[in-house]
Design a protein. Structure first.
Length: 128
């Protein structure tokens, strides 16, 4: 009878540990999903701001082109606009890339922490 009680207690502990393990995994997944959603919103706002700025710059360039008095002036304005837009996109693009990488790291942090914490528990039955 004593052996049955010990076996039942051991089984009960294993079930509780498994339930806790699963709950912690779900919490990490929820935190990761929430961080991802927040990151997506933040990056979307940055992209929208950049697009609005580039649109404003394009309107200004179009106005300048409309006021040009010669073909040479049109060419100069177009070259200046193209160079300015390219430089802006290059600069802002690298900033957006850095921000995206940081947001991805934040979104995956809960899952990474959970995997690191769970590794000893997963490896234990293999070693036993």
């Amino acid at each position: 009878m004593n052996q049955v009680t010990m076996t039942a207690e051991g089984f009960s502990k294993v079930v509780r540990d498994a339930a806790e393990f699963g709950r912690a995994n779900l919490e990490a997944a929820a935190q990761s999903a929430q961080a991802y959603a927040q990151a997506t919103q933040a990056l979307s706002r940055q992209v929208l701001t950049l697009a609005q700025s580039l649109n404003t710059q394009a309107v200004e360039g179009t106005k300048a082109l409309a006021g040009a008095k010669s073909l040479k002036e049109v060419t100069e304005i177009q070259a200046l606009f193209a160079r300015s837009a390219f430089e802006r996109l290059t600069s802002e693009g690298s900033l957006l890339q850095q921000a995206a990488l940081q947001q991805i790291e934040r979104a995956f942090a809960p899952l990474t922490q959970r995997a690191t914490a769970a590794l000893p528990q997963v490896a234990r039955p293999l070693a036993a």
